[in-house]
Design a protein around this ligand. Structure first.
Ligand SMILES: CC(C)(COP(=O)(O)OP(=O)(O)OC[C@H]1O[C@@H](n2cnc3c(N)ncnc32)[C@H](O)[C@@H]1OP(=O)(O)O)[C@@H](O)C(=O)NCCC(=O)NCCS
Length: 175
């Protein structure tokens, strides 16, 4: 990280509806995430702000995480999308957002789930880092296999299988 980067002001906070369009832009900008509709990000910012985070670097939207607590098991935080603008990658921003979110929800959440495609090394490294920080393992099981997604002829591109990764137990920070 350069000296200039280490001096930059980074703000991590729950998103508001005013951030909805930026969440969409950030997702779209990755070129690899399934971009949801702009409406979906507005809805997320309104109803799931407590389990989501947006990062601003020097006032610029730089990344986000969307997540929710599973209705059937509210102690599980499901992390849906993680995006960091390419200009701000490789300097720990995704890790900062993830660790911040886990800490913010620690009173209610002791387990994290996410899905990752097999080729996404950065994502695996990110959740692996969380498991290490909590002194636990990350486990993988099959979840959304390729055949569950619409066919390539319908969407224009094949969707890789999304494996389920679980990190538990997450420890509440020492007080
Ligand atoms: C995945 C993504 C969010 C990582 O953002 P980032 O801010 O660059 O990540 P960080 O700098 O916090 O790095 C987190 C970990 O991933 C590792 N990492 C980062 N980029 C990597 C890459 N391209 N290849 C391998 N590992 C990588 C880091 O070394 C770090 O691991 P460590 O703590 O063991 O050193 C970002 O690359 C991105 O937006 N990608 C496109 C969208 C996507 O794939 N999202 C994830 C699926 S939901």
């Amino acid at each position: 990280m350069s000296d200039q980067q280490s001096n930059e002001l980074i703000i991590l906070r729950p998103p508001t509806v005013a951030d909805g369009a930026d969440l969409w832009r950030l997702a779209e900008g990755t070129g690899v995430l399934d971009t949801n509709t702009p409406y979906a990000y507005l809805l997320w910012a309104r109803d799931f702000a407590g389990t989501s985070v947006i990062a601003e670097v020097e006032g610029e939207p730089a990344g986000f995480i969307t997540g929710y607590r599973k209705p059937t098991d509210p102690s599980t935080l499901f992390v849906w999308q993680v995006a960091v603008d390419s200009r701000f990658r490789g300097r720990g921003l995704a890790k900062k957002m993830l660790f911040d979110l886990v800490e913010r929800t620690a009173d209610d959440v002791s387990r994290l789930e996410t899905t990752v495609t097999i080729d996404n090394e950065a994502s695996l490294a990110l959740f692996g880092a969380l498991a290490r920080a909590h002194g636990t393992e990350m486990t993988r099981t099959s979840l959304f296999t390729e055949d569950l997604f619409p066919h390539q002829e319908e969407t224009g591109e094949e969707h890789a299988a999304e494996d389920l990764y679980t990190v538990e137990p997450l420890h509440a920070p020492a007080t």
